[in-house]
Design a protein around this ligand. Structure first.
Ligand code: WT7
Length: 654
């Protein structure tokens, strides 16, 4: 989030009421939501209990809705039993077996569709395969795959047999994969011989091999999907081809009945330390919220084709691709490759070809596509689209208006959805038939979500435009349950600040005079690069892991497309490189960081200095570094700097 964006958001006062046409055809009406809001206020637990009973198929009903006895480790529907995969597949396959569940287009244009019946059969066969490998309930399974239907099949199969998956984004490096495998103590990795991206092949199996060379003793087997036909090494004892695994397996596999609080998955996300956090979600509460928000926010109807462009490696790809829309019985579109491959109109071509009706993407993609000009989207028939969504970072009003006009032709509501890996599903968002939207605001909390903005002492901010901490005041079903293996960090990160009373999201926000929420950005050392969360410490530890680097400090800097770019200050162990040497070093370090973390973590700019500015107590003066990176006037006290010539080096003047 950059200053320019904040400034334009502060000035933004346009408002767009839902169009009559949309309201008339919407599945759920304004009055439905009013009823929900009233009920949530009146009897919070009954509100969620009724929704859970009416929307989820329980193998065993629950008697207690919310258990707060171990707060802030809340439990929901604890003695209830269900199966998430059953709720996504069996319930639909039995009544509408031929409804399309997935429409898949690969980067090279190959098409595949799966009906609910097909998907159930594929998931069942793969579940049987995993059982054959000895996978038991609670075993952890890493999924490191391209954005292909098999990634969803693998996730659903884990859910079906009670294994806990942890999807690792295919863009992460072998090192990042290894850390996640070890932290989760996983038994199985599911991967592919490669992934297509922008016409190139990403060698997922090679990275897996590299990760496993480095003491991942917990891994027993690697399942490999044949995708690209690249030649790869197969370890006879450890590795098995996907096709081989399911060969001869029955297409039937009973979904096991699991307690509501059985962990469904772990998903790693960045925090303010160098070590990613394994966010743990539970079956019952998660699937309830994922299903409801798909229906409420996206107004899902029987004939919709819902395309959420997120990769399954992120939470959006869990809640709005692999789980939520399927629980809601929707047809989803998935696309494997890069948005602009082989041409800048690829996304719009897909919308036209598959008659996408709901399109959900991130501001970074919207900005990148906007930059390519209007001719591209205008060359395609986008009239099937009736609803647009955005997620991941604050959207600048300029991009919002472009999305509204050029893609939505001024007919489609835009739902700007605020939520996090930790919240499991959308928390603050317009309801498209109910809420007037404003460019840059995620508007108001969903029914049953008690979001607020509070000051340092925990009191709600009452003034319009007064900034504060964004908090959630009541536990909600799809909240994270803990950080895998580190409950202290869970309590510390999200609860301690306000005496374990409120969930602290880590964002600052304000409300306007109409009570609309505007997210201003993270308050911790977390960057939001292209809608993906990245800890400054993570990039710093990658940099200092390089043998020639002594110290590093990383700050965010506004970036036209990515929202936030990465700016690194580096102190080499030897002589400070200048000119060509500095450029060479920068190439080396950028590649190094890509290897350590993944290409998304590559610094956009690197500046070399003999020292970093520190306070008397030895803390790096990050605010100063941020100002320098942004070419702002320096207002910080720099009298404590040991050596003022460092300032010139940091400013790139020397
Ligand atoms: C952080 C969560 C939620 C899925 C994708 C990112 C920022 C998210 C919005 C929005 C302004 C947003 C917040 C949040 N964020 N959505 N609509 N408007 N900011 O998930 O990686 O867990 O990141 O993304 O800063 O805390 P994530």
């Amino acid at each position: 989030m950059n200053e320019k964006t904040i400034e334009s958001i502060l000035k933004e006062n346009r408002s767009f009421a839902p169009t009559q046409n949309f309201v008339k055809k919407a599945k759920l009406k304004e009055s439905d939501f009013q009823d929900l809001r009233i009920k949530a206020e009146e009897n919070y637990e009954e509100y969620w209990a009724d929704l859970a009973r009416n929307n989820i198929h329980w193998f065993k009903d629950f008697t207690e809705t919310l258990d707060s006895s171990n707060a802030p480790n809340y439990e929901w529907f604890t003695d209830g039993e269900l199966n998430v995969s059953y709720n996504c597949l069996d319930v639909h396959a039995s009544i509408m077996p031929n409804k399309k569940a997935i429409i898949f287009e690969s980067e090279d244009g190959e098409l595949k569709t799966f009906t609910y019946k097909d998907l159930l059969e594929e998931v069942s066969a793969f579940s049987n395969g995993l059982l054959k490998l000895g996978v038991q309930p609670m075993d952890r399974v890493i999924i490191y795959m391209p954005m292909v239907p098999e990634a969803i099949i693998a996730m659903q199969a884990c859910a079906r047999i009670g294994a806990v998956h942890s999807v690792v984004f295919g863009g992460f490096s072998a090192n990042a994969l290894r850390d996640r495998i070890n932290d989760a103590g996983a038994k199985i990795v599911i991967t592919a011989d490669g992934a297509y991206r922008g016409g190139k092949i990403i060698p997922l199996k090679d990275s897996t091999d590299t990760a496993l060379e480095q003491d991942c003793e917990c891994i027993e087997h690697v399942v490999v999907l044949k995708r690209t036909n690249e030649s790869i090494a197969m370890d006879e004892k450890r590795d098995i081809w996907w096709d081989r695994l399911i060969h001869g397996e029955s297409k039937h596999c009973d979904a096991v009945s699991l307690p509501s609080e059985h962990p469904l998955f772990i998903l790693y996300t960045s925090g303010s330390t160098g070590k990613p956090k394994g966010i743990q979600h539970s079956a019952g509460g998660y699937i309830l919220h994922a299903k409801l928000t798909n229906q409420w926010v996206f107004d899902l109807k029987d004939n919709d084709v819902f395309w959420c462009t997120a990769d399954v490696g992120w939470i959006t790809g869990h809640s709005y691709v692999a789980y939520g829309p399927l629980a809601a019985g929707a047809t989803i579109m998935i696309y494997e490759g890069a948005p602009t491959y082989p041409h800048g109109g690829r996304f719009w071509e897909i919308c036209q070809k598959h008659k996408v009706t709901i399109f959900y993407t991130a501001p970074t993609a919207i900005r990148a596509l906007m930059k390519l000009g209007d001719e591209l989207p205008n060359a395609y028939d986008l009239s099937s689209i009736r609803l647009l969504g955005t997620v991941g970072e604050p959207i600048n009003p300029e991009a919002w208006i472009w999305y509204h006009k050029t893609i939505g032709k001024e007919q489609c509501p835009i739902v700007d959805t605020w939520w996090q890996t930790e919240t499991g599903g959308i928390m603050i968002s317009p309801i498209p038939s109910e809420t007037a939207t404003k460019p840059g605001s995620c508007t108001i909390p969903l029914p049953g979500i008690f979001a607020d903005i509070i000051d340092e002492s925990g009191n709600p901010v009452t003034e319009a435009y007064q900034g504060g901490y964004l908090v959630i005041k009541k536990p909600w079903p799809s909240m994270l349950r803990t950080i895998w293996g580190d409950n202290d960090r869970y309590v510390e990160t999200y609860w301690e600040k306000f005496n374990n009373e409120f969930y602290v999201a880590g964002d600052s926000a304000h409300r306007d005079k109409d009570g609309y929420f505007w997210i201003l950005g993270r308050i911790d050392d977390v960057l939001n690069v292209s809608g993906h969360r990245l800890g400054t410490m993570e990039v710093e530890s990658a940099l200092v892991a390089h043998p020639e680097i002594a110290e590093a400090a990383v700050v965010g800097k506004p970036h036209e497309i990515k929202g936030e770019g990465i700016f690194a200050y580096v102190v080499p162990k030897g002589k400070r490189p200048l000119g060509d040497d500095a450029e060479k070093m920068t190439v080396i370090l950028r590649n190094w960081v890509a290897e350590q973390v993944g290409p998304i973590a590559k610094p956009d700019e690197i500046r070399y200095s003999d020292n970093l500015p520190k306070t008397r107590s030895g803390k790096i003066m990050r605010r100063l570094l941020r100002s320098i990176a942004r070419n702002e006037k320096i207002t910080q006290d720099i009298s404590t700097l040991e050596d003022e010539s460092i300032l010139e080096q940091l400013q790139g003047k020397d």
